[in-house]
Write a protein that binds this ligand. Structure first.
Ligand code: GTP
Ligand code: MG
Length: 234
């Protein structure tokens, strides 16, 4: 912080340390990306606010999964193994990272977890990031697809208030659509907010609890996976 008056402005030294941290993370993320490509594993970074329904979406995905490869999940939470237990019960290979005071996953944690999981060609790896709409957007994990999960109870303006998170997304999932009948949330207006932050983001509407929209969600993932490995072969 500012050494002169303590006003809260980051000092030059703080900015340098943050930049070094991000540079070191980027180098590790590049290494992870090479690992994923060599092993033929498609990695999806699932981000979103606490309680948006990231784990519930994974549970529904596992319930509907008819793909040939296995589904694996690296779970990131400050504490507990609760989400790992949930996705394991739904059929996934799961590894929990407890981040303690950490508000995001970083590439080094993913590297360590990946080496404990022994994944094979064709497996699909989800990384459920720590519930947070700010920090996870800054930390590349080496994933091939970035997804933000949001819900009507968060309000239409989140893409405008948290632009880096939505700007970084390939897919934006509006989950809990079963609640649209009960909350004031204009889907078309929300789509406009997403487009203002990121005109290229693909949008999928789901209800994880009612298992609606899961086919479309799985279709988007499979299309992204085909596009990625198709490109790799060229
Ligand atoms: N009505 C409704 N509730 C949902 C839906 N998806 C999730 N929920 C509920 O929302 C709450 C949070 O769901 P989680 O899946 O734990 O959310 P999360 O994003 O994984 O939360 P963190 O891991 O803590 O960040 C739970 O009570 C779920 O049952 C949905 O589609 N509709
Ligand atoms: Mg969760």
């Amino acid at each position: 912080m500012c050494d002169t008056c303590g006003c809260g402005t980051p000092s030059v030294r703080t900015i340098h340390i943050s930049q070094r941290l991000l540079d070191s993370n980027a180098a590790q993320a590049k290494h992870n990306r090479e690992h994923f490509a060599e092993r033929g594993v498609f990695a999806v970074n699932l981000m979103g606010a606490p309680g948006a329904g990231k784990t519930a979406l994974l549970e529904s995905t596992l319930g509907e999964w008819r793909g040939s490869g296995r589904v694996a999940v690296i779970e990131g939470d400050p504490a507990t193994e609760r989400d790992s237990l949930r996705v394991r019960a739904a059929g996934a290979i799961a590894f929990q990272v407890e981040t303690g005071l950490g508000c995001h996953l970083d590439a080094r944690q993913i590297h360590r977890a990946f080496h404990q999981m022994e994944l094979a060609r064709g497996d699909l790896l989800f990384i459920e990031n720590v519930g947070n709409l700010v920090c996870p957007a800054m930390f590349d994990l080496g994933e091939q697809l970035r997804v933000v999960v949001t819900s009507p109870v968060e309000g239409i303006d989140k893409p405008l208030k948290y632009p880096p998170m939505f700007r970084a997304a390939d897919i934006v999932v509006l989950n809990k659509c079963d609640l649209l009948a009960h909350v004031s949330f204009d889907v078309e207006e929300w789509k406009g907010c997403v487009a203002a932050a990121n005109p290229h983001a693909r949008i999928v509407l789901t209800s994880a609890s009612r298992r609606t929209g899961i086919d479309a969600w799985l279709g988007e993932i499979e299309a992204s996976r085909r596009a990625f490995f198709g490109q790799e072969r060229k």
